[in-house]
Ligand binder design. Sequence first.
Ligand SMILES: Cc1cc2nc3c(=O)[nH]c(=O)nc-3n(C[C@H](O)[C@H](O)[C@H](O)COP(=O)(O)OP(=O)(O)OC[C@H]3O[C@@H](n4cnc5c(N)ncnc54)[C@H](O)[C@@H]3O)c2cc1C
Length: 467
Amino acid sequence: MSKYHPVDEAAIAELQQIVGEKYVWTDPEKLEPYSHDEVTGAKYIHYPEVVVLPETAAQVAEILKLANRRLIPVVPRGAGTGYACAAVAYEGGIVLTTERMNRVIEIDEQNMVLVVEPGVRTSRVQEIATEKGYLYPGEPSSSDSSFIGGNVATNAGGLKAVKYGTTRQQVLGLELVTPEGDIVTLGGKLKKDSTGYGLSQLIVGSEGTLGVVTKVYLKMAPRLGHVVDLLAVFPSLDSAINIVAKIMQSSISPVCVEFMDNKAIRCVEEFLHEKMPHSDKGFYIILSIDGNNEEILEDQCVFIDELCTENGALEVLVADSTKIWKARKSFGEANRARSLIFSAEDTVVPMSRIPDVVEKLSALGQKYGVSIHVAAHAADGNVHADILKEEMPVETWNEQLPLLQDELYEFIYSVGGKLSGEHGIGFKRLDLMKKYCNPVELKMMKAIKKALDPNQIMNPGKIFRLD
Ligand SMILES: Cc1cc2nc3c(=O)[nH]c(=O)nc-3n(C[C@H](O)[C@H](O)[C@H](O)COP(=O)(O)OP(=O)(O)OC[C@H]3O[C@@H](n4cnc5c(N)ncnc54)[C@H](O)[C@@H]3O)c2cc1C
């Protein structure tokens, strides 16, 4: 039996008092979009009892105080683009959406810091930095839809992480409403801070289990004058993947190094109705390099061209940027169009082990009779493998998928890898987390959770269960 209390009429009345009647929703039609994220399959759908739309940190604090008093779970939610079922209320209770907390608070050009509320869309953050002549390098492929608060809570990675790091590296500080309803600023505009524990970084990637992020201090990077996107097409998986380490070991520091296998390329081609180069048998490495000096960039392009050609590339092209990034960013959507039910794996391994992972995936696909499409943030060692159900009966899929995942993750951990490079654990990977996470590491995480959220109201049942 659940330890939590239902959201009764008295709780609804209190919520209405805090945020206004208009911003407390219980109508099932309005709740539907909040009953899932991007993970597909009936077993992952779960309606919240109520959706609440606060506008200020003070309102968030009141909601969390109410939730503690009444023992009601609270699930913070951004845009719901997650791939881990982390923003879904499996224990019932309140979904607290940050949609209305979408103000840009400060553009501090002198310190190159942007202060925004969590409901600001990631692409808006990028635009603001660009308008001011800077770069916000956080760029998950979902930038057009995801919120910055969601990026912080998942430590989102994305296309430019090779050079600029994940969201963690962009966050200087944040304002948090703690699970007990206190409002605290952790970090801020400081570039350095050795004043005790780095608590702001503890919150990054905590998937809404340690409080609600209500403000974020983000670094802006200098924008370099020129960017070139290259597409190197290889005839085989090995030749494509093997080039990654060679590029990274050279003196060039690329912004992006992405990989797409042939199945992924064909699937995207069909989805977009656009012919892709060498889609009959090619494997892609997509590269971006940036710099201020055009001549140096040209030399780097020539170097990459020669290196790829020496290593068997069929062709190295200066890519049509719009087309190639649209193709890469459509990976997930194209797979979904092919098979509504699919499992998006987010493995991460040391870069040198990527070829082994991709080979293992190919063997597992054959063994279990499923198509596995692969795209990777290759230089990060972050291999996305979308396993498609297609025509497989649901019962077989439900039986076979965990077996396949077990074999996959046994292998991933044997080569020094981990469950998730950027999507997080959420509800989807709970069992795998229990099985594969180092027990001492897990014990430390649980101790932190218990200390900061004594009534366990913040996004319960995500990352791990407190049994
Ligand atoms: C097409 C597509 C491409 C994608 N590409 C990438 C990619 O390249 N890289 C990548 O890392 N991910 C990617 N993702 C996954 C997803 O977009 C990211 O995980 C993103 O960071 C989620 O943001 P969101 O606003 O949708 O958060 P949600 O899905 O709403 O929530 C995610 C988690 O954050 C928590 N949360 C949200 N807001 C707050 C807050 N204010 N305070 C505390 N907790 C909060 C939620 O409780 C939940 O645990 C992709 C998804 C799709 C659909």
